[in-house]
Design a protein around this ligand. Structure first.
Ligand SMILES: *Cc1c(COP(=O)(O)O)cnc(C)c1O
Length: 431
């Protein structure tokens, strides 16, 4: 099995966090997002403990809400001692509605509107991660109007290519996020920021990409960031207190993906950072990481009901499920790999080569191509693994399909955390 919270029971059914997937689908319907809360908590603890153990006091992980965002997740994150990234007033609203402390929110985004900035300040969002000059000036101005000193981190791009998919690779120089170091623009950005009256500049942020399996690309980023920090100290007398290294540790979508040693990577990163600081006689900054995927992806499973099987003679066979790109657009977007399992007959021989298709009116609405499953039939239950990240948050109402419910599993019990949408929800904004 891909993860140790998955199992097979005596009926040959898939179990998630010890609960029978067939029972879940019968009780809550399908398609269904299942999230193993125990697994989410364990993943949070891995980061919280490793950062506490290896990095300077005050270092902690921030959960990137773009990976998964609904009210019921935030009490879990709060209890586990996480901070949280937010990228929009909607994410701020959701986090606060879930009882998350505003001080522990970090507001991202490359185009925060005036309304966004004011909304965040009025709600006491602790930190802004400032993306560019325009934002810097506006955050300073509004903080002045409100009589506050706003804590900020400055987003810079170290120009690292961690060799991942282009679409999720953001540390390169040529991208719309942050200010590049190499061109000299970041130096001017920092100079402007430290001269601003209403800002408390804590340090820098960089995010180099996603699905990174080793510490090495992060160490490369640290080298560039430290050299830059040292230069800024000499030129401006400004010392970095917080270094936010972004998110991006990878997860296993398929058996062929490596297992990431997160504590080992954080330890290696800490040794690298401390050596780099020692060499420059630079005080070791607090370190923030922003894991999204690696907190929730492996805690999620999507369950679908099979509608039928269609064999195009001489070509291939399709298994059609009652969801698709509306609840998981990632294969349609960039051919993301997933593991698909026959949740109601895990012990059957898998010798039927097929493509799993969704129910949307798009030929690209596929979940996975050319996989091996048992000979399928109508009403089979299919599980797609590792769907906890970037599925729920990227879902849509295309074809006016209702968004699935989301259930959370804890200690062998399931509870509804997001109800299934209804037709009334679909027309709720229509006048
Ligand atoms: C996407 C993103 C993350 C989270 O990345 P994961 O791969 O989900 O860990 C963190 N920080 C920033 C700025 C991001 O854009």
């Amino acid at each position: 099995m891909l993860y140790d919270n998955l199992g097979i029971n005596e009926k040959g059914h898939l179990t998630i966090g010890g609960i029978d997937a067939v029972t879940l689908a019968e009780e809550f319907g399908a398609p269904l997002y299942v999230l193993d809360e125990d697994r989410v908590r364990a993943n949070c603890r891995t980061y919280v403990q490793a950062l506490a153990e290896y990095m300077p006091a005050g270092s902690y992980p921030l959960f990137a809400g773009k990976a998964l965002c609904f009210k019921g997740l935030y009490p879990v994150l709060k209890e586990e001692g996480m901070g949280a990234d937010v990228v929009s007033p909607g994410e701020i609203y959701t986090a606060l509605a879930g009882g998350f402390p505003a001080e522990r929110l970090y507001f991202h985004g490359n185009n925060k509107t005036d309304e966004d900035i004011l909304y965040a300040m009025d709600n006491g969002v602790g930190h802004f991660i400032v993306d560019n000059h325009h934002e810097l000036e506006r955050v300073n101005r509004y903080a002045g109007e409100k009589g506050i000193k706003q804590k900020v981190l400055l987003r810079v791009t170290p120009g690292i290519d961690p060799h991942t998919l282009q679409a999720i690779n953001t540390g390169r120089i040529d991208c719309q996020f942050g200010v590049p170091i190499e061109t000299g623009q970041a130096a001017r950005f920092v100079q402007a920021a430290v001269g601003m009256e209403n800002l408390d500049v804590l340090g820098f942020h960089s995010h180099i990409g996603s699905q990174i399996f080793e510490a090495e690309p992060f160490c490369d980023a640290v080298d560039i960031l430290l050299a830059f920090a040292d230069e800024m100290r000499q030129v401006l007398g400004f010392t970095v207190r917080v270094l936010n290294l972004g998110g991006g540790f990878g997860v296993r979508y398929q058996e062929t993906d490596p297992v990431v040693d997160i504590p080992g990577n954080i330890k290696a990163l800490s040794e690298h950072l401390k050596a780099g600081c020692a060499a420059r006689n630079y005080p070791v900054p607090q370190v923030l990481l922003e894991p999204g995927r690696s907190i929730v992806a492996d805690a999620g499973v999507t369950l679908y009901r099979v509608g039928g099987v269609k064999t195009i003679e001489g070509y291939r066979s399709y298994i059609t499920v009652n969801g698709g790109m509306t609840d998981n657009p990632r294969y349609a977007l960039y051919q993301a790999p997933y593991t698909v399992l026959p949740a109601d007959r895990m012990n059957d021989q898998r010798n039927f080569v097929c493509t799993v298709a969704g129910r949307c009116c798009e030929s690209g609405d596929l979940i996975q191509e050319n996989i091996r499953m048992p000979e399928a039939k109508r009403d089979d239950l299919i599980a797609v693994l590792t769907t906890g990240a970037y599925n729920f948050t990227m879902s849509s109402n295309y074809n006016r399909l209702c968004r699935p419910a989301l259930v959370m599993l804890r200690g062998g019990k399931a509870r509804l955390a997001v109800r299934r949408q209804t037709f009334e929800d679909l027309v709720a904004c229509d006048l």
